[in-house]
Ligand binder design. Structure first.
Ligand SMILES: N[C@@H](CCC(=O)N[C@@H](CS)C(=O)NCC(=O)O)C(=O)O
Length: 335
């Protein structure tokens, strides 16, 4: 019997086994990540995409960049680029493009990442601002956008530059999305809308909002533990705040421990025990949170094959569940 300490939680599938040259930690809707994906896609960089749930960041992301923001690009040689602007610059270097060096572009980018992003966040999360007047923030954002609009009218070729589109338009898209109807009717934004609208429908954005550049499900880290459960059992457990099961149809009380799997064991476990069930949910569990909850975790051999599986000697701590998704076999993101 092997006690699994959280700091020893094995990386069940070694990262060294990967075949892709680089890894991008990304979040589908994040404008910084969209910006990075646009640049990387334009330079035809091959990479492994790891969609991240911002509420459950995988330990591999935090090991690469402790600040815990996305996008993060981990290159094959181990170098980490964890600022979207740097990822764009790096992609441009790979693809032979040039960083927009002129004053107007530099000003627009600085204004986007600084003042505009702050106002955008104020509009999106007014409750986070003590004296949060979202309407005033919206007006300030609009007056900034009217300045950009004016600059586009004065130097129309600015809008043709892909690097500037990557840098600016994901943020404009997010602002528009707050109230599309109103945005479409605001005065003084005509040139900006003429810049944004075709891009929104265009192939570059469509490509990076779909697989393989973006996924709708989070990547499943091999350093988490996994537990399959029936959707109806999980629904009830959430309502009760308590999960009584060990495995399908057997309680913790009957078995003495909760069955779990490492990531590479999930598919076989599903095939053996759950393949005929209608809706099956895959829970990802953080081993550190299991330990913090005081539940011992042990690796023990399956009686028939001797294969080692992790077992929880106590009720599955609800707070250790970092992801809960319908299990879709080998569909994107699921192990
Ligand atoms: N300066 C960073 C900002 C990235 C950033 O803030 N991304 C957001 C998502 S849109 C994030 O990761 N936030 C962390 C969190 O919500 O926990 C960059 O340009 O890459």
């Amino acid at each position: 019997m092997v006690e699994v300490l959280p700091q020893q939680a094995p990386l069940a599938e070694s990262d060294g086994a990967r075949t892709n040259p680089a890894i991008l930690y990304s979040f589908r809707r994040c404008p910084y990540a969209i910006r990075a994906r646009l640049a990387l896609a334009a330079a035809a960089i091959k990479l492994e995409l790891r969609e991240v749930s911002l509420a459950a960041k995988p330990p591999e992301l935090l090991a690469a960049s402790a600040k815990g923001t996305v996008p993060v690009l981990v290159l094959a040689d181990g170098r980490v680029i964890d600022e979207s602007q740097q990822i764009v610059r790096w992609s441009l270097e790979q693809g032979g493009g040039a960083w927009p060096g002129d004053r107007l572009a530099a000003q627009m980018i600085a204004s986007c990442d600084g003042e505009f992003k702050a106002l955008l966040d104020h509009c999106r999360y007014p409750e986070r601002h003590a004296n949060g007047d979202a309407a005033a923030a919206r007006q300030q954002a609009l007056s900034l956008l009217r300045q950009w609009n004016q600059e586009l009218l004065e130097v129309p070729q600015t809008s043709q530059r892909p690097e500037l589109q990557w840098m600016i338009l994901p943020f404009l898209r997010q602002f528009r999305g707050l109230d599309t109807e109103r945005f479409e009717h605001e005065s003084g934004l005509e040139a900006l809308r003429a810049w944004l609208d075709p891009w929104l429908e265009g192939p570059a954005l469509q490509a990076v909002m779909a697989s393989p550049w973006a996924e709708r499900r989070a990547w499943h880290s091999p350093s988490w533990l996994y537990h399959l459960t029936l959707a109806e059992d999980w629904r009830l457990a959430k309502r009760q705040g308590f999960y009584p099961w060990s495995t399908r149809g057997m309680t913790l009380e009957q078995v003495g421990f909760v069955h779990a799997s490492w990531r590479h064991q999930v598919a076989a476990t599903y095939q053996r025990f759950y393949a005929d069930a209608a809706d099956v949910v895959l829970l990802a569990l953080d081993p550190r949170a299991i330990s913090t909850a005081g539940v011992p975790l042990r690796q023990e051999p399956a009686p028939d094959t001797g294969e080692l599986f992790p077992h929880l000697y106590g009720p599955l701590p609800m707070g250790a569940v970092v992801l809960a998704d319908l299990y879709l076999g080998d569909a994107s993101g699921a192990p």
